[in-house]
Design a protein around this ligand. Sequence first.
Ligand code: MG
Length: 394
Amino acid sequence: MSTTPSGSSHSLASYAMDPANSRGRRVFEPPAPTRNAYQRDRDRIIHSTAFRRLVYKTQVFLNHEGDLFRTRLTHSLEVAQLGRSIARSLQLHEDLVEAIALAHDLGHTPFGHAGQEALNACMRALAPVGSDDRNSGFEHNLQSLRVVDALEERYPDFDGLNLCFETREGILKHCSRARAERLEAVEPGGVAARFLYGGSPSLEAQLCNLADEIAYNAHDIDDGVRSGLLSLEQLQAVPLFERYCHRALQLHPKLQGRRLLFESIRLMLSDQVYDVIDATRKRLLDAGVHSAADVRQLPPLVGFSEAMRADSRHLKAFLFRHLYRHPKVLDTTARARQVVTELFDCYKEQAHELPAAYAQRPRRARAIADYIAGMTDRYAIREHQRLSGKVMFE
Ligand code: MG
């Protein structure tokens, strides 16, 4: 396949990011002979240890609850697929979108959001009083950045993966003011600056955010029904889903059960993708955007139309109420929280239980958080059982 000078296999819009104009890496490296800078970032992410761990980390359902539920790995692949597909239509840089999408969840703890909440609470309660670790707690976006900036140990000359500014910026999709101030102190004008002084990230980064939301809304419906916690009848009360279910039945009147569910989700996904492409194109045109620099001065431009945004919010609220807050899910998350909290306590009291490289680090609380955050679900369960003697999950 022939490529354009930017290394992209399709032509790029004037407002797409161009690796030739990248703000570069924290440690200088000469360009790779056959790959553009964003492809190189993607490849480094795929070869990282943190990426392989995603296969055993919870999305909503714990890894051991079934083999067919989404994990953080399959979720990240779905985000990359949706992101690339939309990027191609909008003539944005697919490789950058893919790199950000594959890295966006690298900092997730075991047990999904329950793990993150527990780890944050532990840092806030158990890190030394007045320390930076106590104040900043634990947050998975920031941890994803820590993984690619500091925690991966693969290269002789630097810690982390030494990714391009644009990939790192996309990974840090949210950041509190207090955390941004800390990052800004270490890297002035860097990836946290926009959380202090305003401005938007690249369109590619904005797109990954939305692709994440589109992906999990769709796959959580699928996993929710597969688990038996949601029913097709319940979903038909959600206007967005009902619309596509109705359309699926118009097209295939005999469709039922799992195939009706899949077809409804498929139609919904396609329509959401087309909606994002149309609404974003219109906003780019209305705002008179001509360059990647223009994008940074404006509010976020990648998004749904207003009607689709409202429908998507409704679906999210439904999933929150009926799936993420389902008593069975809550029971699992309560146990997961206990595992993480007790692991943290144990390592704090008995540092010799930590691997030497972590035990030797000066900031003990942060070292423990990094160690636990890197665990897979099953490793955390096994390690907790070894240290506490308790069996929390059969
Ligand atoms: Mg995600």
